[in-house]
Design a protein around this ligand. Structure first.
Ligand code: ADP
Length: 487
């Protein structure tokens, strides 16, 4: 591990204290736009994870017994603290993950919204008085927090993802140990400082960075961890689901996507092309809801291809902290190589490059992980990127003739996170929207996220929802109280 003593030394949050790893080791986090080191990060392992679970388990009785209204006060105070540091943390998101500053600001806003919305929503976690068929008895249900939760998050939404999990968990009365992705650990440790500043009671939320499998293993094997909430690849999700089976732990899984985007010939062409471009190149294509398969009806295929390629060529790509930049680097060189592989495979099978198709050229890009916004037409359905998540700025365009045909094509993959339809015919939009095997469908709209709305997938895209009322249910158990009454 390379070390640079002049870099800021970040700290984990365990039991209310900012801590280094038990091993004393650190690793260096870097900026994907220029390869510069940013900070030293504690390289925690199972020992640190165990201390964090000890703290979360010790904090649970008092935190879960607080009234929802009292917990709401803590969460609003946390939201206030995050608001005060939003610009600083947005900059860290950009420098560590690469996304343009305006996208990072959006993440901060969603984080604050999630805290405030769940602070209030948990106050409405009602039970029920159930009409009882048996005389002399009453049936009552009560919502109770699940217990200690382990959360594992990916690098592509490094700030908002923390709060998509922590806000409903804490609001419900759970306590949490959170493990961020290696690549974006500095963001999480900046957020850990905010937890400490807001004086969230010790142990209620803990942040442990370092060795993923060792920390994950503590979540899987420690009986006190009652739930695992994971966002990341389907492969790791599958591994965690298998591991969670031993102790029958509750799980929420937000896994990969392979979103179909369907442009019918009766769409509003200008608005649809703008929307598809912004969806495709959002976070340099590194979004689980990103456009993976773009199906265009044959009569408008050539025009859409040409205009999307023009758009891609005109995009300002660069360091996301610079004004006017609309697309930043990929997260690391491994990601660039994966995109190169997928493009080479598609071109080898007959796809035609209409824009991009290579790393960005020029001095400004030399030290960063930049891949050019790319548009490909005539992509055969045998290309790997038809069935795999691209996770890069590559728009692959396919053609179709009829509505029935495209519904079959769209559904003919193992994933089902998001899907998008562009048409001015509302009958068609509703008809097709209802048939798509997908947790979320955008109709002439590509922005799906809101604190108020349930986000999640079907099929191999996952289990459970984040956001909305459903997002709170993930952290609550329903307890039945059967009470004998002398009538
Ligand atoms: P990606 O391919 O997008 O990096 P991953 O699924 O590999 O997605 O990573 C998502 C999160 O899962 C990260 O925080 C990563 O550290 C974590 N992770 C990876 N492997 C394991 C594992 N064996 N156990 C627990 N967490 C893991």
């Amino acid at each position: 591990m390379t070390q640079d003593a002049r870099l800021p030394l970040a700290a984990m949050l365990i039991d209310g204290r900012l801590e280094q790893a038990q091993s004393g080791e650190t690793f260096v986090s870097t900026n994907p736009a220029n390869g510069e080191p940013i900070a030293r990060i504690p390289f925690g392992d199972d020992r640190d994870a165990r201390l964090a679970v000890d703290a979360a388990a010790a904090a649970f009785p008092a935190w879960s017994k607080l009234s929802a209204a009292a917990r709401a006060k803590h969460l609003h105070r946390l939201a206030d603290a995050l608001e005060r540091r939003r610009n600083e943390i947005a900059l860290v998101v950009t420098s560590e993950e690469g996304k343009p500053l305006h996208e990072a600001q959006g993440e901060l806003q969603l984080s604050i919204d999630s805290l405030r919305w769940y602070a209030e929503e948990a106050r409405r976690a009602y039970g029920a008085w159930i009409p009882d068929p048996v005389p002399g008895r009453r049936l009552l249900t009560q919502r109770q927090p699940v217990g200690v939760c382990g959360a594992i998050i990916p690098w592509n939404v490094p700030c908002a993802m923390i709060f998509r999990k922590a806000a409903p968990a804490l609001a419900a009365g759970c306590t949490m140990v959170l493990k961020p992705a290696e690549a974006t650990s500095y963001v999480a440790l900046k957020v850990a400082e905010v937890f400490a500043e807001a004086e969230i009671p010790a142990g209620v939320i803990n942040v442990v960075t370092g060795k993923a499998s060792a920390i994950g293993n503590v979540f899987l094997t420690d009986h006190r961890v009652r739930k695992i909430s994971f966002t990341g690849s389907t492969d790791v999700g599958r591994l965690l689901l298998r591991g969670a089976a031993d102790q029958i732990k509750r799980t929420s899984m937000e896994l990969g996507g392979n979103a179909p985007v369907i442009l019918f010939e009766d769409c509003d062409l200008d608005a649809s092309i703008r929307a598809v471009a912004s969806l495709k190149f959002l976070n340099a294509g590194q979004a689980c809801i990103g456009a993976n398969r773009i199906y265009v009806q044959s009569s408008i295929y050539e025009e859409v291809s040409r205009r999307l390629a023009d758009h891609a060529r005109q995009m300002k790509v660069g360091d996301g902290s610079q004004a006017g930049v609309v697309m930043g680097p990929l997260v690391d060189m491994k990601a660039v190589e994966k995109v190169e592989e997928l493009v080479a495979d598609a071109v080898g099978k007959g796809a035609v490059l209409r824009a991009g198709g290579s790393r960005m050229q020029g001095e400004a890009y030399e030290r960063g992980c930049f891949y050019a916004p790319t548009v490909m037409t005539g992509v055969p359905r045998t290309a790997r990127l038809h069935d795999e998540e691209i996770f890069g700025p590559v728009a692959a365009l396919y053609t179709f003739e009829t509505e029935d045909e495209v519904v079959d094509l769209a559904n003919n993959v193992d994933y089902g996170l998001s899907a998008y339809i562009f048409t001015e015919n509302m009958d068609r939009a509703i008809r097709v929207g209802e048939q798509l095997e997908s947790g979320m469908v955008g109709i002439n709209e590509t922005r799906l996220g809101a604190a108020e709305a349930p986000f999640g997938g079907v099929k191999m895209s996952g289990i459970g929802r984040e956001g909305g009322r459903e997002g709170l249910d993930e952290y609550l158990e329903t307890k039945l109280l059967a009470i004998r009454v002398k009538d």
